[in-house]
Structures are given as C-alpha cells and as structure tokens.
Write a protein that binds this ligand. Structure first.
Ligand code: NAD
Length: 260
C-alpha cells in the first residue's frame, strides 16, 4: 500500500516508534528511523527492517531538541529517498515531579522533544507533501493529551499541545491530500514499563499482579496494557486510502481510561 513512499518516524530506536517503523515498512514504505541508543543495536534495527521487509531504511541521529537537526532530518530523507510522504512524530520523554519542584530545564526539554519537534518536523515536511498532493502526518500523543495526572505538568502540557497542532494543521492542509491525526495510547507495554515492575514490587511490597492492576493500570478499565503493535496497526490504517477522510482527530487507544 505504501510502496514507493517514504516514512520518517522520530524516536523509533525503541518501543512504540520502532513498532510503527516496522509496520510501515511491512506495508511497503522506505523508512528513516531516528532516536538515541547503542550504535550497533540501531544498525541492527535498520538492517533488520531492510532484510525483513525488502524496503530501504536509513538512520538519522537528529536530536529532537535541536531545530536545525530536525530540518536536516527531513531534507536528508527527501534527498535519500526522493520524498517524505509519511511523518510520524513519536519521540518523547517523561519526567515526574511536583510543579513547584519541577526543574525548568526538564520543562524546556520535554516541551522541545514532545511538542516543538513535531511542529518543526511538520513545518519542514508539509511543503513536499503539498507539492505531491499526498501526505500522512501521525503523532503519538497520549491519554495525557485529554486528561491529566498530577506531577506530569510538562508532559501533559506537551501532549495537549500535540492535539492542538493536529487540529490546526489538519485544517490548513485539508485540501491538499494530507491528513493529520494523533493517537492517544494509555499505558503501553514497552521495556520501559516492564522494567519498573520489580522495583515497584519491592518498594511497595506488592505482587506483580498488584503492581500491574492497582498501580500501573489503576486508570485503565480493561486492566490490560496496549501493545506497541496495536498502536502501529492504527498508524498504518491512518496512512491508508481508507482513512483519507479521517483528519484532525485524536484517536484514543487506552482500554477505556478517558471514558471515565
Ligand atoms: P521509548 O523510551 O521506548 O522511546 C522513545 C524514543 O524517543 C526512543 O527511540 C528515544 O531514543 C527517542 N528520543 C528520546 N529523546 C530524543 C531526542 N532528543 N531526539 C531524538 N529521539 C529521542 O518510549 P515509548 O514508550 O515507545 O514512547 C514513544 C512515544 O509514545 C512517546 O511520545 C510517549 O510519550 C508516547 N506514549 C507512550 C506511552 C507508554 O505507556 N509507553 C503511553 C502513551 C504515549
């Protein structure tokens, strides 16, 4: 379906971004992955995408806190593959602290990576999409784009911002064959989440089931994690022609969290 198209997926060296990159490759797109991590592991992911799906894959080391890097990443993908047809804004970090103690530099970093990077990448990618009269922009927002949790002021502000960018740009590009949407997962089962379990079991003297149900999934009525592959499947759907009339939306995938 995405054969001869190119997707740039930010923050795709692990977790949800990697699952989205692989799913778009499985659908035929050439891929530019991006993110931090061990050099050899990143090269293994890049080569694995080429081998598993018969597409071309490149890696950009662009740091999402640096505007010049972001513009260069889009230009580099256009030069390498000829176009950027799909842009997935997925890179994100978290920091948890009460507002009066929240470090200003953490606020700046989260706003830069989780919010401004999406604006900058969209800004750079839209001209080419307009020229080709086709584009798909998908951002990984969060249940925190709709509701808040305490101690996550920067993350919640940034994710609400992603929902705002999504609506605004969707309206601007609506007649150009470009759709703009965001996906709002609840808790997703990533290595990051899995690693928290033993420590929380010890710290609170709880069983694994209690940590999962009463701590991690306290807000998630299904008491099940979303999987990265489920988020990726929705991203692929949003890139399909069947989804050409879905634009400006914020689609929840949160086991019922925000229905409450
Ligand atoms: P992750 O930590 O596995 O992946 C984050 C990715 O972003 C990594 O590839 C990392 O290298 C990259 N990254 C971090 N800082 C960067 C920077 N300055 N420049 C470039 N890349 C950078 O986390 P994840 O859970 O897969 O999260 C991916 C997205 O999904 C984030 O936007 C996150 O907010 C969102 N999300 C996650 C969950 C969850 O429960 N895991 C839930 C809702 C939304």
């Amino acid at each position: 379906m995405l054969k001869n198209k190119t997707a740039v997926v930010t923050g795709s060296t692990s977790g949800i971004g990697l699952a989205i990159a692989r799913a778009l490759a499985a659908d035929g797109a050439n891929i530019m992955i991006n993110g931090f991590g061990d050099k050899a592991a990143i090269e293994a992911e890049r080569a694995g995408i080429e081998k598993d799906f018969g597409v071309k894959a490149a890696y950009s080391a662009a740091d999402m806190t640096r505007p010049a890097d972001i513009a260069a990443m889009i230009a580099d993908a256009e030069k390498t593959f000829g176009s950027v047809d799909v842009l997935v804004n997925n890179a994100g970090i978290q920091f948890v602290a009460p507002v009066e103690e929240f470090p200003v530099e953490k606020w700046d970093q989260i706003i830069a990576i989780n919010l401004s990077a999406a604006f900058l990448a969209i800004r750079a990618a839209v001209p080419g999409m307009k020229q080709r009269k086709w584009g798909r922009i998908v951002s990984t927002a969060s249940a925190h784009s709709l509701v808040a949790s305490p101690f996550k002021v920067a993350y919640v502000a940034a994710k609400h911002g992603i929902a705002g960018i999504t609506k605004t740009v969707a309206l601007e590009v609506a007649t150009h064959g470009i759709t703009v949407n965001c996906i709002s997962p609840g808790y997703v089962w990533t290595p990051l989440v899995e690693k928290q379990i033993p420590d929380t079991m010890k710290a609170r003297n709880l069983t694994k089931e209690q940590v999962i149900n009463d701590v991690l999934l306290a807000a998630q009525p299904t008491k099940q994690f979303v999987t990265p592959d489920q988020v990726a499947a929705l991203a692929v759907y949003l890139c399909s022609d069947a989804a050409s009339q879905i634009t400006g939306t914020n689609i929840s995938m949160d086991g019922g969290w925000t229905a409450q």
